[in-house]
Ligand binder design. Structure first.
Ligand code: 4NP
Length: 162
């Protein structure tokens, strides 16, 4: 059975599609695409059906990651049942996810930066109203946390198979 991962931010046009694209890219690079199912969603309905923000697409493309095929959608309570890891970009996303979770699936909600190795951030900051630097920082943080998340998933798969 696949391990299912959902990345969640506010609008699903900047941080979580970036995380989906970067994490998918890393998983393919490492040859684990058969192990994982990956998606992203937003806690708000502002940008349903919309492509990722151009600034996110350009920042990702500079690192070899394409986001143009992704489309925004809103996270819902069924996602908490379906996915194994529901990964929040910031504390507000985390709190919003807690509100739509139940006692039995709440443990799946994690802060993305808790998987980062050298981060001095505990959140991926919202870049939407800022300049290009903010989008580059999102890529830096997302690349770092993606490596940690994949290692954690592979470790837990290994433990489960012993
Ligand atoms: P995201 O960024 O949560 O990283 O996708 C945002 C996108 C849109 C808005 C806020 C944040 N907005 O207010 O429309």
């Amino acid at each position: 059975m696949k391990v299912k991962v959902l990345f969640v931010c506010l609008g699903n046009i900047c941080r979580s599609p970036t995380a989906e694209g970067v994490f998918t890219h890393l998983v393919k690079q490492k040859g684990h695409e058969d192990l994982l199912e990956i998606d992203s969603a937003g806690t708000h309905a502002y940008h349903i059906g919309v492509s990722p923000d151009q600034r996110s697409q350009e920042a990702a493309k500079r690192r070899g990651v394409e986001l143009g095929h992704l489309r925004g959608r809103k996270a819902n309570s069924e996602d908490l049942d379906y996915y194994d890891y529901v990964i929040a970009m910031d504390h507000e996303n985390y709190d919003n996810l807690q509100e739509i979770s139940t006692e039995s699936n709440r443990h799946k909600i994690k802060m993305f930066m808790s998987f980062a190795t050298n981060a001095d951030h505990d959140e991926v900051p919202d870049p939407y109203y800022g300049g290009e630097k903010g989008f580059e920082r999102v890529l830096d943080l997302v690349e770092n946390a993606s490596k940690g998340l994949l290692e954690r998933i592979l470790d837990s798969q290994l433990k489960n198979s012993i």
